[in-house]
Design a protein around this ligand. Sequence first.
Ligand code: IMP
Length: 428
Amino acid sequence: MPGIVIVGAQWGDEGKGKATDLLGSRTDYVVKFNGGNNAGHTVVVGDEKYALHLLPSGILTEGVTPVIGNGVVIDLEVLFDELEALSARGVDVSKLRISANAHVITDYHRTLDKVTERFLGKRSIGTTGRGIGPTYADKINRVGIRIQDLFDESILRQKIEGALDVKNHMLTKVYNRRAVTCDEIFDDLTSYVERIRPMVGDTGLELSRALDAGQTVVFEAGQATMLDIDHGTYPFVTSSTATSAGAALGSGVAPSRLDRVIGIVKAYTTRVGAGPFPTELFDEWGELLRKQGFEFGTTTGRPRRCGWNDTIITRYASRINGLTDIVLTKLDVLTGIEQIPVCVAYEVDGERFDEMPVSQSDFHHAKPIYENLPGWSEDITGARELSDLPANAQAYVRFLEERSGSRISAIGVGADREAIVQVHDLID
Ligand code: IMP
């Protein structure tokens, strides 16, 4: 029975919620396996709108057990703020499970994130400033603090002191900031201990047992393929594995337990933060996509950079993630555009590229080669079957499907939860 992975196939904010909704009540577990509170999704349930940054969206679905896996970095203040806000609105949050091996974001990680960005100047990444990168850096450097360390005061003190030895030199001598004391960090982290204790366990074991028992586990990636630390547009990436392989790494479930990989592709493309983006639009078309698609960040409120759909990226994402299905989102945003350009190749210094260039410098200079597809003007928000879509919209979908190499199983045609054209079942 299925282990299902959901990943963003572009630069994030593709609308993963649509896929999670489609799986809905047939899901037993929803696992967040990478990232932290740099993510942001708005979930609408009935008349209620919830903005989540850290918690897996499954927390809002009755009967689902939400899990924060070992691959996640946790800001404890954000965690409890989100839990309290949900509880106050009557959401049952008692089922949440948290891996003992997840890492903790501290105050010095947040400070370092912001000051390093400032020091990078023109080369800054445009991070969310939530301390994500510095926390992952500590994990790899083996000076991180894990959730399980909170339960051993002597170990916790040793680890904080060890980390601060170096951090305080950096903060005071390199970045001209004040030093942080071990007590400050210790007191802050231990203030959460009793509340978090009942939620913590061996979530890898719990998830493997759930799969053994035939339950459905959905692994929901934060960020997206092109922001993946290994396969994205490095260094303009996040610091975790946002591709399907991360579902195994970041949850403690073996790769062989993953049956389906659903990639979310927006009908056009958006990106937040710095870095190359070949189909980016700087004219009124970019403005139109931003306005029609409400393209402003959930976490930071930043306007998103907008551009046409890029099939080179989708094909790359199909391959890297092993996509079995695509959920195409926001097709309705393109309604009313007479000719819709779709990127089919790049040109770099006179040379044509049909796949992602190996060299990042080439990618920075890539100019899109477009094919123009005829648009449609009919309102498509009521479409529920492929045949309800105007012929040109169907042709647009087929074109993206052929170029990406993975079947399109569902199409988002509006903001409402039900505004979906379902082509293939995502669980069977
Ligand atoms: P960080 O994850 O805060 O370190 O930021 C690294 C890069 O990833 C920046 O360009 C961010 O804008 C981008 N990023 C991080 N999280 C998201 C997300 O959920 N959606 C889109 N972009 C994101």
